[in-house]
Design a protein around this ligand. Structure first.
Ligand code: ARG
Length: 575
């Protein structure tokens, strides 16, 4: 039978490992197959040993029995018992080719959607208005973006929430300063850098001048009471900040839109009700004038839901957000990409929400902390003068370095084209360096390393992808697959890696760890390199071999492109 790349397949393609696992488990009377990839054969199953022990049988004899029944039944070509009772299993070439052709015929590459999709709200990025985004926003933004893309692909309904810090006492001071400086006009500078500077001056006045401090406090009251002039200035602050955030997101290639920005202010009208419900349920109690939730079985500080002066803080806003996301948006899962220092805050918020019934049974809430970005000295990344590093500066550094690399490879490239390519390479490198590290670990920001052509980098993946595309361009359309052809070891190895794509995506989604998908894509690019080295494609002598190799190239390119896309990393077809 011949399958072409144009055959439309709407059903997912079962990974061979899953098929073999089920087959072995069946022969073991339902016991686990304990299957894994192996250096000696395509797979090794270790499930015979524990089963033989339970049954009081000789493991080698049981293994031989199972091997005899597995061998020769598709997709298994050979199976031999080895050692004390292992099963070494090789997949049939034709079965592997059939599997790959079926993947190639599907826009999803044969990857199944999750069986039980739900609604997930992902809270990420969440910068504060009137301030520039800085290095502290890199990880939450990049990891959050990747996770939402991955969930989306698995069929989950994803709601993105950019929980902007757009409310609170700091804005009283800033708005008062703006009125002071513009002679009551309340004019707002139209870039965030100028706003940050104004904020610094406001702080200085606040500390030095009791009169100003008092006016700033009254300004907060006016803001909360919805005073028109005050609100108008506040709206301008939000607007100017949004322009800055969206500019950074666009440059970073992050999917967040203005509509996803549902800041702290959004929950302000809900706060009295939230407090009332907590108080009525006896979960929150008055303590020294403030309304507090004391943690159960913990001597630590309480969660303050309403301050002594009647003001609301950060904590109660997050409680209102939980209540809103579950109650109004219908979320079954809440995820928060926020740095590890807020672990206690979220533990208390989730615990309180659980007690209040806002997180009912079956709804999960998880704080997903992440490690820090470090400078070359191994300490939290700062500028030479000790200031916070702007996110824009990280982007510029990565893109500048990338421009040099791209220009050296393509002397003909100039202007807009060079800029676009350099951005794709630079931003890709920046994101991959962040995503490929275990989420919870710190890592060192190092532009040289993150753009290395040979390391575990986006640049390496992008070059591998561009090479695949170049072969495909030279060959014209990839043709039909010939199942009769025998596969070389490097072809089999690559084919088996391609078959694992869906598993890697599922693992990243399940654990909320994009680095698992990074590791997979790196393994794929490495398997492709070995294939490329040992298996001539365009110069293959046998037409059937050439076609099969082209299929491997095409599927590798598409798998890399799709996989990188799930990480928010572009895969240009030329580099
Ligand atoms: N704006 C906060 C900050 O800069 C982060 C908000 C995180 N999200 C949340 N729902 N609390 O620290």
């Amino acid at each position: 039978m011949t399958l072409t790349a144009h055959t439309v397949v709407h059903t997912p393609v079962e990974p061979l490992a899953v098929v073999v696992e089920r087959r072995v488990a069946g022969l073991l009377g339902g016991a686990e197959a304990l299957l894994r990839r192996s250096g000696r054969a395509d797979f090794q199953a270790n499930g015979v040993l524990p089963l033989a022990k339970v049954r009081g049988k000789n493991p080698a004899a049981l293994a031989a029995e199972v091997a005899a029944r597995l061998a020769g039944v598709a997709p298994v070509a050979h199976c031999v018992a080895s050692g004390p009772g292992f099963l070494n299993i090789d997949i049939d070439d034709a079965a592997l080719l059939r599997n790959l052709a079926a993947r190639a015929a599907d826009p999803r590459l044969g990857v199944a959607r999750t069986a039980t999709p739900g609604v997930t709200v992902v809270d990420y990025s969440s910068p504060n208005i009137a301030k520039e985004m800085h290095v502290g926003h890199l990880r939450t933004t990049v990891i959050g973006d990747a996770l939402t893309r991955i969930f989306d692909f698995t069929g989950e309904t994803v709601i993105r929430r950019n929980h902007l810090g757009d409310w609170g006492t700091g804005f009283g001071m800033l708005i008062e300063q703006l009125f002071d400086e513009s002679g009551e006009g309340g004019e707002v500078p139209d870039d965030v850098a100028a706003l940050s500077a104004t904020y610094q001056r406001a702080r200085a006045c606040f500390d030095a001048d009791a009169g100003f401090a008092e006016r700033a406090r009254l300004r907060v009251v006016a803001l909360q009471a919805g005073d028109e002039r005050t609100l108008a200035v506040w709206w301008r602050l939000v607007e100017v900040s949004q322009v800055h955030f969206q500019q950074v997101y666009a440059e970073l290639g992050v999917l967040l839109e203005e509509a996803d920005a549902v800041g702290e202010s959004h929950y302000n009208p809900m706060l009295p009700q939230v407090c009332a419900e907590l108080e009525a349920a006896g979960i929150a109690v008055e303590s020294q004038g403030a309304l507090c939730v004391f943690p159960e079985g913990d001597e630590g500080a309480p969660l303050i839901v309403r301050k002594g002066d009647g003001g609301y803080g950060y904590a109660v806003t997050d409680l209102a957000a939980v209540r809103d996301r579950v109650g109004t948006l219908g979320a079954r899962r809440l995820l928060y990409l926020v740095d590890a220092r807020q672990a206690r805050h979220f533990a208390q918020v989730f615990d309180t929400a659980r007690r209040a019934g806002w997180l009912p049974e079956g709804v999960t809430a998880r704080h997903l902390p992440f490690g820090m970005v470090l400078g070359s000295d191994g300490r939290p990344f700062k500028t030479r003068s000790g200031d916070t590093v702007r996110l824009q500066d990280l982007l510029d550094q990565a893109t500048e370095k990338a421009t040099a690399i791209v220009a050296a490879k393509n002397p003909g490239l100039t202007g807009e084209e060079l800029r676009t390519r350099a951005r794709q390479v630079g931003v890709g490198a920046l994101k991959y360096a962040d995503l490929s590290n275990n989420r919870i670990k710190d890592y060192v920001f190092d532009p040289d390393r993150m753009l290395s052509l040979t390391g575990d980098t986006a640049t390496y993946l992008q070059y591998a992808h561009a090479r695949m595309r170049s072969v495909l361009r030279k060959a014209g359309e990839a043709g039909a697959v010939f199942e009769g052809a025998e596969l070389a070891p490097a072809e089999r190895a690559l084919g088996l890696v391609l078959d694992e794509f869906g598993g890697a995506v599922a693992a990243a989604a399940e654990t909320c760890e994009p680095h698992r998908l990074c590791a997979y894509l790196h393994a794929l690019a490495t398997a492709f390199s070995a294939f490329w080295e040992h298996c001539p494609v365009l110069k293959a002598e046998d037409e059937r071999v050439r076609r099969n190799r082209l299929l491997l190239c095409a599927l590798s390119a598409r798998t890399l492109e799709l996989g990188m896309g799930l990480l928010g990393i572009e895969a240009p077809s030329e580099l």
